[in-house]
Design a protein around this ligand. Structure first.
Ligand SMILES: [Zn+2]
Length: 311
């Protein structure tokens, strides 16, 4: 079967309960759009489906569901609102629904990345389990302020997979107010022993005892996204980017003041109370920042809260 024939057969099948339409007829309409009008196949398909929906006088979600009707999509490739897609993904995380109308909300992951998903109570779907992988047919994409998510609906087909879907990019993004900087931030000394790098407390490594430490910069910050707090670690490079204070400058500050804690105090004054978007892999309870952006503040505060509540 040609590509168009496959699409035609699927469309005819989807409408079989509503219209008397044959695969031949659908194929003809697709063919005309694709060949004569040079419309891309996806768009031709959408257009033909829409015209049959009009003809049948039904809404899209009344169509026969089932996977195979849509394009199999990687999460990271989703870049349009209100597209009907099929995904194969692992349930990475389930969150506590913040509203009665939400049955489940959380994060899906596949080898392209992660995306929020939501299932509404009215859809009466079987529950997804954290850590399990599924083929999800007929989910709808959604966009909110540039962030995409997928919505399960009552036509969504859910098939648990035997294989486990590999979740690619481990990155997470946290957006909120930097509310605290923890001790052990700023100018620190690390153990110089091979492969140790522990942060010294009063010149001592917990493993190697009293050593001549090596200076480093680090920030352990607490970011409040309006919903929960996240602990974020900025390494030397990210700390320099975040504060504009480089290691040599920090050492000079400490020497001038005869006190290394002055660096932490200086950073605290520059950062606490401002809004940031931090992205990076997670390690246990920490987010390891590898991208940071200072956001408009406090104009964003209300927006952040609204967004946090909507999750
Ligand atoms: Zn050590």
């Amino acid at each position: 079967m040609t590509d168009l024939r496959t699409h035609a057969a699927e469309i005819a099948d989807q409408f079989s309960d509503h219209l008397d339409v044959s695969a031949d007829e659908v194929e003809e309409r697709l063919e005309s759009l694709v060949t004569e009008y040079r419309v891309p196949v996806d768009e031709a398909r959408r257009s033909v489906v829409n015209s049959y929906l009009d003809e049948a006088g039904i809404e899209r979600d009344e169509l026969a569901g089932g996977s195979g009707g849509n394009e199999q999509t990687l999460l990271n490739d989703i870049d349009q609102d209100e597209q009907w897609v099929d995904v194969r993904a692992k349930v990475v995380e389930l969150w506590e629904p913040r509203s009665e109308s939400v049955a489940q909300v959380g994060l899906l992951g596949d080898d392209s990345g992660r995306m929020k998903f939501i299932a509404f109570t009215t859809s009466e779907l079987p529950e997804l389990e954290e850590g399990k992988s599924y083929a999800l047919g007929n989910v709808v994409t959604d966009e909110y302020q540039g962030n995409f998510s997928v919505k399960l609906n009552r036509t969504t087909s859910i098939t648990e997979l035997d294989e486990e879907i590999e979740v690619g990019d481990d990155s997470t993004s946290v957006e909120g107010a930097l509310v605290d900087i923890q001790s052990g931030s700023g100018l620190i000394k690390r153990c110089p022993e091979e492969g140790c790098t522990r942060v010294l407390q009063n010149g001592r490594c917990s493993e190697h005892g009293s050593v001549e430490g090596e200076f480093d910069l680090r920030i352990k910050a607490v970011v409040d996204d309006g919903d929960e707090v996240h602990e974020v670690i900025f390494n030397r490079e990210m700390t320099e980017e975040l504060t504009g204070i480089e290691l040599d400058e920090a050492k000079q500050m400490a020497m001038d003041a005869l006190d290394t804690t002055i660096v932490e105090e200086e950073m605290r004054g520059d950062l606490v109370g401002f809004y940031y978007r931090v992205t990076g892999p997670t390690l246990g309870r920490y987010v390891l920042a590898n991208e940071v952006e200072r956001l408009r503040e406090p104009a964003d505060a209300e927006e952040l809260l609204i967004k946090a509540r909507s999750m």
